[in-house]
Design a protein around this ligand. Structure first.
Ligand code: CO
Length: 134
């Protein structure tokens, strides 16, 4: 069911600094910073030949990554995103197998303008998993 690794997301305390690190020290191709108010984050994408890195910074008071950054003040890997062909079929299959889909279970439009869902980390080896309909 899962296809390509779409991105690895890293939550960071200072998005400008992380963007400069990936651009200047690692020599990566980085995007501009984009605010995602409906998700409570600001993002930078680093384009790699085989996948992407999503750098996540806090946006607003109720950012979903605020608690993560409290536990990981230097930043850390926040989630992995796998592509699926049909997100509703993926959701139904996962639920039928006992996996917990976060939120109300309805796909939201993610950072790439495509439908996404998140799966409970306790059901997936301690890793928050995002599914994106490719
Ligand atoms: Co993501």
């Amino acid at each position: 069911m899962i296809g390509r690794l779409n991105h690895v997301a890293i939550a960071v305390p200072d998005l400008e600094a992380a963007r400069a690190l990936y651009r200047d020290t690692l020599g990566g191709r980085v995007s501009e910073i984009v605010d995602q108010p409906e998700h409570g984050v600001r993002t930078v994408f680093v384009e790699l030949p085989n996948t992407k890195i999503e750098l996540l910074g806090v946006l607003g008071e109720r950012s979903p990554i605020a608690a993560f950054l409290e536990r990981n003040p230097a930043g850390g890997i926040h989630h992995l995103c796998y592509e699926v062909d049909d997100i509703l079929a993926a959701r139904d299959r996962l639920r039928a197998r006992g996996a917990r889909v976060l939120g109300d279970g309805e796909p939201k439009i993610g950072a790439h303008g495509k439908p996404v869902l998140f799966l409970h980390p306790k059901d997936f080896c301690g890793t928050l998993v995002e599914l994106e309909q490719a």
